[in-house]
Design a protein around this ligand. Structure first.
Ligand SMILES: [Zn+2]
Length: 429
């Protein structure tokens, strides 16, 4: 199923022609931004000097910090009067990053979401509950307009009040939901507590944080959906940058709108095909806020194989972020790996919290995880057995020793937006 079959199935050569034309246009547009005018001048780039797509490698990267430094409107390439919407990204520290959209930007964004939703088989007649924040976060309105564009019946339920969310799914006969994978897990838990099921659900769209294939299986089993991975970041419109098709073997990234490079995050060098690295994107169809070589911080790889669905060019699922990658005693650890291990152990739940401390100059990682009552006898001995098992499984998978604390079910924080499961306290003492 296609929303825009001609564009979605473009062959590589035709696609590259479009990309080059749009890249030249983008280089011309960014001359309206002081930051880029200076960068291009320093790199000896003028709009006419781009001859091939590889020429982009002469331009330095743009980092999130650059966007923060440009707060609030320093990266707008059009007059503010032409910007008809503003979002901000969830800032971790200091000022947020501001993103702006022209009328055409909002149309392009809705078009990309429409392609994604059609690709996974949604169409008129489907009832779609959008369980993400509708405020400054791009996930809410982004999905909303794309879903309306293809004629879905949209329920803008946003986040919060999980019992009410479950009632709406049942009362309105919802067939598709969109939320973060951790919220979907919470939804499944609450439905279980309510001793109710969600028979009309068939499709789950999950994104905004990395999640594993074991989490996918768990969500599919608990919610009775086919689960699809959705990728996007606000600096590239928002959700809709890349999306799984029904093959669910990599995410199609919309190459007519995004020029993709994968780099070694440490050296900045472009890595070979099939090698994992940081995703760097030059959007090719943004008006209000064009960017050059934007470092997403997300770790993935290019997949060049043709897809059975007829579309080409995919990226692998995001396995983590180059900046939430933890280095524990010299070993790289992603929270998604911990999640993967815990999901395989029936004696514990799937919620967890990680604390990293430096004790006597040594990194110590402590993981809190909830015990699963149905696998726990109540005997102290049994507690020790389960704890030992979790420690061993984590050591086998991560190759590091951890301290595991078992806690009562339901006591760890649940997240409705992006999960924040790691507290790194090494810098505090
Ligand atoms: Zn496909």
């Amino acid at each position: 199923m296609f929303w825009n079959e001609k564009t979605e199935t473009l062959k590589k050569r035709d696609l590259e022609t479009i990309q080059l034309k749009r890249l030249k246009k983008t280089i011309a547009q960014v001359q309206n931004v002081d930051f880029y005018r200076k960068k291009c001048k320093d790199a000896g780039i003028i709009p006419g000097s781009i001859k091939t797509l590889e020429d982009i490698r002469r331009i330095p990267f743009t980092r999130k910090q650059d966007l923060r430094d440009g707060y609030p409107f320093g990266f707008f390439a059009v007059p503010l009067s032409k910007v008809i919407r503003i979002h901000t990204t969830s800032g971790t520290t200091g000022k947020p990053t501001v993103v702006g959209y022209t009328k055409k930007d909002l149309d392009t964004w809705a078009e990309l979401i429409a392609r994604n939703l059609t690709m996974v088989g949604l169409q008129e007649g489907d009832i779609f509950q959008n369980m993400v924040n509708y405020g400054m976060f791009t996930g809410g309105l982004g999905f909303h307009y794309g879903a309306e564009k293809i004629g879905l019946t949209v329920i803008p339920s946003a986040t919060g009040n999980t019992k009410r969310q479950i009632e709406m799914i049942q009362d309105f006969g919802v067939t598709a939901i969109h939320c973060t994978p951790s919220y979907a897990m919470h939804l499944a838990e609450v439905a279980e507590e309510m001793a109710t099921d969600l028979p009309t659900l068939k499709t789950g769209l999950f994104g905004a944080e990395p999640w594993s294939d074991s989490m996918r299986r768990e969500l599919e089993k608990k919610l009775g959906v086919t689960a699809y991975d959705s990728y996007g970041i606000s600096e590239l419109f928002g959700p809709g940058v890349a999306f799984e098709c029904q093959e669910r073997n990599g995410l199609h990234i919309w190459h007519d709108c995004y020029l993709v490079e994968i780099i070694d995050p440490a050296t900045g060098e472009v890595v070979g095909d099939g090698e994992r690295g940081e995703l760097v994107v030059t959007p090719l169809a943004k008006e209000a806020m064009p960017l050059l070589r934007y470092r997403t911080g997300d770790i993935t790889m290019k997949l060049e194989d043709e897809c059975l669905c007829g579309r080409s060019q995919k990226i692998g699922r995001i396995t983590g972020r180059s900046d939430d990658m933890l280095v524990i005693r010299g070993i790289n650890v992603f929270p998604s790996q911990i999640e993967h291990v815990l999901l395989r152990i029936p004696e514990v739940g799937n919620q967890f919290m990680v604390y990293v401390d430096r004790i006597n100059h040594l990194d110590e990682m402590t993981i809190d995880v909830e015990i699963n009552r149905s696998f726990f006898s109540g005997e102290l001995q049994d507690l020790a057995r389960i704890q030992k098992k979790v420690v061993k499984e984590l050591r086998d998978a991560l190759e590091i020793r951890t301290t595991v604390r078992l806690v009562e079910p339901g006591t760890l924080p649940r997240f409705e937006g992006k999960a924040k499961r790691v507290i790194d306290r090494r810098g505090e003492s």
